[in-house]
Design a protein around this ligand. Structure first.
Ligand SMILES: Cc1ncc(C[n+]2csc(CCOP(=O)(O)OP(=O)(O)O)c2C)c(N)n1
Length: 371
């Protein structure tokens, strides 16, 4: 007899799911290891980051799902609306629904009880599975998400797993290990603007993929060199590098992400995941103008406190470089360095709006990748 956990994995496999981005909940501690044995699993450090990774994986030709605790949806709402609903990107989200059924943790009650109303108000489709006999609703929800190109949350009650005989594996043994990192860097007075840096990037990239950060970076790239293989972000601050990572996981092409210091500091989880997964075909170009450039150059803490290259190394990305000039940037791109820290001046070029809708950006990007 199949356990409920095995049944769920069967449904995922029958739907050709090839990536599962996960973050644990106690109630699914038997489900997660069975998923990991059957489907490529990306362990997350924050659920919002998973939205970007899964969006990139989908755009690149994959069929991802997320498997999380329902509370994580609270960390994902902006991303679900500004990325999945705006661009029309499917994502089945299997959420262990806490706060309602036999819940003893008081901190789960507020969000758990209100969650259906929050999803309803957000225009996000959802399905509730109260018991094992309803498990086939999962299959319908996954299909609905991919056919209609939007996210679909499946709230699974802990009642579904009651009486399951699936085993929970013992924790892995923690081994001794060295931390071996010496670092020193010099940040010179910046000479390049973001526009100068993007010109160098556009000149050095042939038929590779570019994910461009929201706001002025995307507009500058569009003006300098529009191409179908550019994915312009229109919102979802912090997710450019996550999308790039998801693309790199499923694509053979090299992926370049034009990110910003403010955005990377909003979601350092992206480079934590990159360090863990270590894809060889991903370059994050962190254009560090020490400012939230697109909103008027308000100071960020790279001006005095945080060194992004050291942060990347601390996340496990060892292939890093700091560049100050067009020549240095060109060489770093040629070498396909994993993390390029570009020291730039806080200057915004005056560029027009991008005359493409989100779905046009999506469609031409997907089509150009298939060629
Ligand atoms: C969640 C969220 N908070 C704030 C904003 C407003 N916002 C849009 S772009 C931006 C600045 C991004 O700065 P950075 O990543 O350093 O890139 P730059 O514009 O300097 O190239 C901000 C704060 C937003 N879009 N979303």
């Amino acid at each position: 007899m199949q356990t409920p956990e095995e049944k769920v994995v069967d449904i995922l496999k029958n739907n050709r799911i090839d990536i599962a981005a996960t973050l644990p909940c106690d109630r699914i501690k038997a489900l997660l290891p069975i998923i990991a044995r059957n489907i490529k699993t990306i362990p997350l450090t924050r659920e919002e980051n998973g939205i970007g990774i899964c969006a990139g994986a989908y755009l690149g030709g994959g069929r991802p799902v997320m498997v999380i605790q329902s509370t994580g949806i609270g960390n994902m709402i902006n991303a679900l609306l500004s990325l999945n609903l705006t661009y029309g990107i499917p994502l089945p989200i299997i959420a262990s629904w806490r706060g309602v059924y036999k819940e003893s943790i008081e901190a789960q009650w507020q969000f758990g009880k209100k969650l259906p109303a929050i999803l309803e108000a957000s225009g996000i489709n959802f399905t509730v599975i109260e018991s094992l006999i309803e498990i086939d609703k999962l299959d319908e929800a996954i299909k609905e998400s991919f056919v209609c190109s939007h996210p679909h949350v499946i709230l699974i009650s802990p009642a579904v797993w009651e009486g399951s005989t699936s085993e929970v594996p013992k924790p892995v043994e923690i081994c001794a290990r060295n931390v071996d990192l010496t670092f020193s860097g010099t940040i010179l007075k910046p000479v390049l603007t973001r526009y100068d840096a993007i010109k160098v990037i556009a000149e050095n990239i042939a038929d590779d993929l570019i994910v461009a950060n929201l706001g002025i970076p995307s507009k500058e790239l569009f003006e300098i060199k529009d191409r179908k293989l550019n994915f312009y972000m229109l919102g979802s601050m912090g997710l450019a590098s996550s999308i790039g990572l998801g693309l790199a996981l499923v694509q053979k092409k090299h992926v370049y992400v034009i990110d910003g210091d403010g955005s990377l500091l909003m979601n350092p989880n992206a480079i934590i995941s990159m360090g863990a997964l270590d894809p060889r075909n991903l370059t994050i170009i962190a254009i560090d103008n020490a400012a939230y450039g697109s909103t008027g150059n308000q100071e960020t803490c790279t001006q005095s406190q945080v060194d992004l290259e050291l942060l990347a190394k601390g996340c496990g990305i060892l292939d890093t470089v700091k560049v100050h000039t067009a020549d240095e940037l060109g060489k770093a791109l040629e070498r396909k360095t994993g993390f390029i820290h570009v020291i730039a001046r806080p200057v915004n070029a005056k560029c027009p709006e991008i005359p493409l809708s989100a779905k046009e950006i999506r469609d031409r990007f997907i089509e150009a990748m298939r060629k």
